[in-house]
Design a protein around this ligand. Structure first.
Ligand SMILES: *[C@@H]1O[C@H](CO)[C@@H](O)[C@H](O)[C@H]1NC(C)=O
Ligand SMILES: *[C@@H]1O[C@H](CO)[C@@H](O)[C@H](O)[C@H]1NC(C)=O
Ligand SMILES: *[C@@H]1O[C@H](CO)[C@@H](O)[C@H](O)[C@H]1NC(C)=O
Ligand SMILES: *[C@@H]1O[C@H](CO)[C@@H](O)[C@H](O)[C@H]1NC(C)=O
Ligand SMILES: *[C@@H]1O[C@H](CO)[C@@H](O)[C@H](O)[C@H]1NC(C)=O
Ligand SMILES: *[C@@H]1O[C@H](CO)[C@@H](O)[C@H](O)[C@H]1NC(C)=O
Ligand SMILES: *[C@@H]1O[C@H](CO)[C@@H](O)[C@H](O)[C@H]1NC(C)=O
Length: 497
């Protein structure tokens, strides 16, 4: 049987092939000539019954050769200049167990390229130029155990890309790519996985509980990513606290989180408790712990600070139909989450009328009288919580506006008088500036305006308008053509006399 490296991947990928190649070379020189196998040009073929192996490494190939025996069990095509894997390249190769395409320039995998490789156990695609893995790329690989995608330029992996081998995969290597987001929904279903390498990517977060069902996981490498925190996972309980020694049994779990900008507060205490003197995890923050190794920092220094409200909206007045924005800002470590409770005591979430932002703002885009009352913001984090009260007063609409310009006082604080209701409609030309009796605002409510103008004026072609409103010192102005006015401000109707 051919000496396959299908089991464990050697520790030093760069030399992975060369020694093997030389060994191969001698073996194949002996074997190749004797048989009448069709062998692709410049490749070496070996048939040791019942298995057939083809070696075409470093042969300057630009394509996958067409003359490959379809019964091949082992195919090595590393260190060539192959740029694409096509449908026909591996068609009908149902006996293939091991395929190496490492160190080519592959940037393209065409749909169904691997779909006949039902028995394939190991696929090496490391050191190529892949940028995305799509759902259809690996379809049909129903027996895959080892998938090596290290050292590409991957930034995206579709959520169903690994569906055909979720329960068979033992070894997944995604290291040295550009992944900001690992395919977590896929990873949490890799029930047979033993080794997971995701080191040297740009991963910023690990979802809670993602490793819970990976009972066979023995090695997890997340070195050199952008993780600031790592949620504890039931799986990590398998690591014997402080007791791990170099000769630990294979069943234990090896975790590597070094080279991440870890924020060392109480949330990482669990990891501190697992750390041994030879671990390389360091803290990036807070400042007083920065660059220190985990194991040098006493547990008591992994602390969190409860939230403190630093800023919140004062008593807020809004007119019916107008938007309102309530703000609550809190500091703490970790960064507090802010939730809002309505005056009736309900937790407010995003809806068609309300938006709750992570920074603590609550926006109500159309207020109603019922919104009046005391809102409560609750800032909470791992260390505690802190609450604040913001009173919102929603006032009824102003009285019917007078159609003539009246004195405006933009600094007026009190609704309803803070809504300016002058009509000042600018028509084309300059003859209508100022209070123009030919154009009048006859009715104004919180969300509609009725504007009239004489037909004589309209024959001059009314296309533009400008409405200004003042609100507690703010002057907003809206302008546009008539149609837009109607749409944007739900302005009842614009009619003409
Ligand atoms: C694969 O097998 C089918 C059916 O036996 C045949 O038509 C086709 O030409 C084969 N393709 C290759 C690339 O050998
Ligand atoms: C309020 O927000 C909802 C959803 O975001 C939107 O459908 C609705 O048109 C908004 N209303 C106003 C007056 O902006
Ligand atoms: C509500 O929507 C905003 C804007 O789309 C988003 O930033 C925010 O995270 C959402 N809040 C929640 C609690 O989902
Ligand atoms: C919070 O974020 C929202 C949307 O990004 C923004 O409108 C609001 O002004 C922010 N609030 C604060 C207090 O920064
Ligand atoms: C809001 O709370 C303040 C202080 O407790 C109280 O005086 C006020 O009446 C409350 N407002 C409403 C609408 O309940
Ligand atoms: C509108 O203004 C006119 C004079 O400018 C005045 O006679 C009238 O009473 C005003 N109407 C309202 C509703 O204020
Ligand atoms: C407005 O129009 C008058 C004549 O109708 C003209 O004398 C005046 O210069 C114009 N003003 C501006 C600012 O265009």
């Amino acid at each position: 049987m051919f000496p396959s490296n299908e089991g464990r991947r050697p520790a030093f990928p760069r030399s992975r092939c060369s020694i093997m190649d030389r060994l191969w070379f001698s073996l194949l020189l002996l074997a190749a000539a004797c048989r009448g196998q069709p062998c692709p040009k410049r490749c070496m073929c070996q048939s040791l019954s019942p298995s057939l192996a083809i070696l075409c490494s470093k042969t300057g190939l630009l394509f996958i050769p067409a003359a490959i025996d379809r019964r091949t069990v082992e195919l090595r095509l590393q260190e060539n200049f192959i740029t694409a894997v096509r449908r026909r390249d591996f068609a009908n190769m149902t006996s293939l167990l091991h395929l190496t395409l490492s160190r080519n320039t592959i940037s393209q995998i065409l749909p169904s390229a691997f779909s006949d490789l039902r028995r394939l156990r190991a696929l090496h695609l490391d050191s190529n130029r892949l940028t995305v893995i799509k759902d259809e790329h690996f379809q049909g690989l129903t027996n895959l155990r080892h998938l090596i995608l290290a050292n590409n330029q991957l930034h995206s992996i579709s959520s169903h890309a690994f569906d055909d081998f979720l329960s068979t995969l033992e070894d997944l290597d995604l290291s040295y790519n550009n992944l900001a987001q690992a395919p977590w929904d896929t990873i949490r279903r890799l029930t047979n996985v033993n080794t997971l390498n995701m080191d040297h990517n740009l991963i910023e977060n690990v979802p809670q509980g993602v490793f819970t069902n990976l009972h066979k996981l023995a090695r997890l490498d997340m070195t050199s990513n952008k993780l600031k925190k790592i949620p504890p996972d039931p799986l990590f309980l398998r690591i014997p606290v402080y007791a791990k020694s170099k000769g630990s049994p294979l069943t234990s779990l090896v975790l590597s989180f070094g080279g991440n900008p870890l924020h060392c507060n109480c949330e990482l205490l669990w990891l501190r408790r697992l750390t041994r003197e030879d671990d390389l995890e360091t803290c990036a923050s807070p400042a007083d712990l920065s660059a220190k190794y985990f194991w040098t920092i006493p547990e008591e220094e992994f602390i969190c600070d409860p939230p403190v409200l630093t800023r919140k909206s004062p008593h807020t007045v809004s007119m019916v139909g107008q938007p309102a924005s309530l703000k609550c800002k809190a500091n703490g470590d970790p960064e507090p989450e802010v939730h809002w409770i309505s005056p009736e005591g309900r937790l407010i979430s995003n809806s068609s009328r309300t938006l709750v932002f992570p920074n603590g703002s609550l926006d109500i885009n159309v207020t109603s009288l019922k919104d009046s009352g005391n809102f409560t913001c609750i800032a909470s984090n791992a260390a505690g919580e802190s609450t604040g009260r913001v009173e919102l007063v929603v006032t009824a609409m102003p009285h019917l506006a007078n159609s003539t310009s009246r004195g405006r006082d933009p600094s007026s604080e009190q609704a309803p008088s803070d809504i300016l209701t002058s009509s000042k409609v600018a028509l084309p030309g300059n003859e209508t500036r100022g209070a123009d009796r030919r154009v009048s605002l006859v009715e104004l409510t919180g969300n509609s305006a009725l504007i009239r103008w004489s037909s004589q004026t309209s024959t001059t072609g009314v296309r533009m308008f400008q409405v200004q409103k003042g609100n507690a010192g703010l002057l907003e102005s809206f302008a546009g053509n008539l149609r837009n006015f109607n749409e944007r401000y739900d302005c009842g109707f614009l009619s003409q006399q």
